[in-house]
Design a binder for this molecule. Structure first.
Ligand code: OKP
Ligand code: ZN
Length: 347
């Protein structure tokens, strides 16, 4: 399988994230992607290429121009507040919750930072825009290959994307790579596209982007939002709205779920995707379902990932894979390569 990797991900290295009243070192670290890259190379799982360049147009198919402009200029504005900010990351601490106005852009940068975000766990750094953009270019390059007839392509992206919405960042995500890929597949001729999200955390951004769309099906298997991040979306009764009613499937599972129950949810999601008659699949590949993930609660084991890869290959659709979460860095490369190898051997 071809992998797209962009070294500019190294420019996004958040320092601290807010958790329960203290600032902790970021879980979303650059070595996550480096360990996956090393394992793919060691197993010779296929060519590794740099992404092709793309302009902002395919990003603006998913995100608002106002949000993209904010991301592009955010760092300059952050250091303009105070030159000493160059040594710190920007973390929001104000948000326009119910009853506040979000139609007016505040002049104050800290107020704008909160307007375009939903948590204090996603530091914006000097290189965040470059890194996120490079990741989106990996996803778009993978789409281009699949549209040209390749069965599968892997975008080894970080920061991840599935929590980012039309105009907000959060959950370590800035640009929604899976949504950008799904939209690019649509724009490239695929009439119906399914997004399958198997990250431990619900892909609230992707769901919201396509919630009223009949042409993009979203299915997600994740920790139950009653107890798990992102808390405010991802319940089983969210089935789509308007023309998109019936095109959203959430399969929340309790903390502690192991592979036998998890794979039943996978079979259910794939059955729904079959019923939708998708022409192409985007896989939001979060690897934080692993039993030793430090921030998640499922109990998948390393060999389970071979089986997942085989199951996805048996499904038969062309597939664009975007990398999402996964924080057990020591095993992350092995687990990810297991899934891709399982796919390749069954494809
Ligand atoms: C991003 B992705 C950890 C708290 C968790 C945010 C989790 C974001 C997950 N101390 N906070 O879906 O893997
Ligand atoms: Zn996750």
């Amino acid at each position: 399988m071809i992998t797209f990797y962009n070294a500019s991900h190294l420019r996004h290295q958040g320092r601290l994230e807010m958790f329960r009243g203290e600032l902790l070192p970021c879980f979303e670290r650059a070595d996550r992607v480096e360990t996956v890259l090393a394992e793919l190379r060691a197993r010779r799982l296929g060519p590794i290429e740099a992404p092709e360049p793309f302009d902002d147009a395919p990003l603006a198919r998913v995100h608002t121009q106002r949000y993209l402009d904010f991301l592009r200029t955010a760092w300059q504005e952050w250091i303009a507040l105070d030159p000493a900010n160059a040594g710190k990351d920007a973390l929001p601490s104000f948000w326009p919750i119910r009853g506040f106005r979000s139609d007016r852009l505040p002049d104050n940068f800290a107020a704008r930072l909160g307007l375009f975000s939903f948590d204090a766990g996603t530091p914006l750094t000097a290189g965040s825009w470059a890194a996120a953009r490079g990741g989106a270019c990996c996803a778009l390059s993978a789409v281009r290959r699949v549209l040209a007839g390749e069965r599968a392509a892997f975008a080894l992206t970080r920061p991840p994307g599935h929590h980012a919405g039309v105009d907000f960042f959060g959950g370590y995500c800035f640009l929604n790579n899976a949504a950008i890929a799904a939209q690019a597949l649509r724009d490239g001729g695929a009439a119906r596209v399914a997004v399958l999200d198997i990250d431990y955390h619900h892909g609230n951004g992707t769901q919201a982007i396509f919630y009223e769309r009949p042409d993009v099906f979203f299915a997600s298997i994740h920790g139950d939002p009653r107890t798990e991040y992102p808390f405010y979306l991802g319940h089983a009764d969210e089935r789509g709205a308007g023309a998109g009613l019936g095109c959203n499937l959430n399969l929340p599972l309790p903390r502690g779920t192991a592979y036998p129950e998890w794979q039943q949810a996978l079979a259910q999601a794939l059955q729904a995707i079959n019923g939708f008659c998708a022409d192409a699949l985007v896989l939001s590949l979060g690897m934080d379902t692993f039993e030793h993930d430090p921030i998640s609660g499922f109990r998948l084991k390393r060999d389970d990932y071979y089986r997942i890869g085989e199951t996805l290959a048996a499904q038969g659709l062309p597939i664009v894979i975007t990398f999402e979460g996964g924080y057990a860095v020591d095993e992350l490369g092995i687990n990810t390569a297991n899934l891709l190898q399982g796919f390749e051997q069954a494809a």
